[in-house]
Design a protein. Structure first.
Length: 304
């Protein structure tokens, strides 16, 4: 069963189209990565899912209910962390956490204390004294203390140091392992790669790719470093080979993943002494999309 369904959603602000026919779903117990640069439309899509904004066209269902008309019911089972947290300056961090958790009618003091310790937060300080990172911790602790079924996290590690990012990642995996669903919006690709079952890439208000990491790897290239007994000939003639370079450590090149088998068979004829391969990353995939789009734009610019 899908916990969140976004179907043909378009959102316009006057003449500006923030979202253009966006479609994606999140299943039960799934971590879905929503990636794209700032201004791509991630936060707009999230605000529509939260019932803060109304879609111009299309529909969003959360737990099978309409995100706009049933927002109050939906929020009883949902936890949300924005990328820029504003808190009541005269309340302490602990008081804010208690307030947020009590709004959902679920309290687990032991869970709250455990998370405060893990995130290394002093809950007795007033919120006006907190740094951005500490304000983020308050929101994360409140969210993960709640017994929600869907966690919507919009750039949640903004302002956190690397140690706290690791704690955050552990918490997300705990939510997933307990059958909860997570929508993680981020531009930190390594974070998405570690945590997400599927990803959706959004650019200029449009979803340009969606699928599991394995399904999207066909768009990336594997990096190969090889040293052979004899010089490799005709490598440039192989399909899918890119950016061949001679280095002190051997011959370096990139290969389209689907052509990897043929390339290795060709290289093995020359007596492999050393072979290193770096698997394609989400960052490679992301940058390939942008290079392709930007190249097209430049070509059009040249014509005009």
């Amino acid at each position: 069963m899908n916990v969140l369904e976004v179907r043909h959603v378009t959102k316009t602000f006057g003449k500006f189209t923030a979202l253009d026919d966006v479609n994606f779903t999140i299943g039960s117990g799934e971590v879905f990565g929503f990636i794209g640069p700032n201004g791509a439309g991630k936060s707009t899509a999230i605000r529509i899912a939260l019932g803060i904004l109304k879609a111009t066209e299309g529909e969003v269902k959360v737990f099978g209910k309409d995100a706009w008309t049933d927002a109050v019911e939906i929020h009883k089972r949902l936890a949300y962390v924005p990328g820029d947290v504003n808190l009541w300056p005269n309340l302490t961090g602990g008081e804010v956490i208690d307030l947020f958790v009590s709004l959902r009618g679920t309290t687990s003091k032991s869970r709250r204390e455990e998370l405060i310790k893990r995130f290394d937060l002093d809950p007795t300080k007033k919120c006006r004294t907190y740094s951005k990172g500490n304000r983020q911790k308050v929101a994360l602790i409140a969210a993960f203390s709640s017994d929600a079924d869907l966690y919507i996290l919009d750039e949640p590690t903004s302002g956190l140091d690397p140690l706290m990012e690791k704690v955050f990642q552990e918490c997300v995996m705990e939510m997933k392992n307990s059958g909860k669903s997570v929508l993680l919006s981020s531009h930190i690709l390594s974070e998405v790669e570690k945590l997400c079952d599927r990803v959706g890439i959004i650019r200029q208000g449009q979803i340009i790719e969606t699928g599991t990491l394995n399904e999207l790897r066909h768009l990336t290239r594997t990096h190969i470093l090889v040293e052979t007994k004899q010089p490799i000939s005709a490598l440039r003639e192989l399909r899918g080979v890119h950016e061949i370079e001679e280095t002190e450590r051997g011959l370096s090149f990139q290969i389209d993943t689907e052509e990897l088998d043929a390339a290795i068979r060709h290289i093995s004829q020359f007596g492999i002494v050393k072979l290193e391969s770096a698997p394609p990353t989400l960052e490679d995939l992301f940058m390939r999309h942008y290079e392709r789009k930007d190249t097209s734009a430049r070509k059009l610019g040249g014509v005009l």
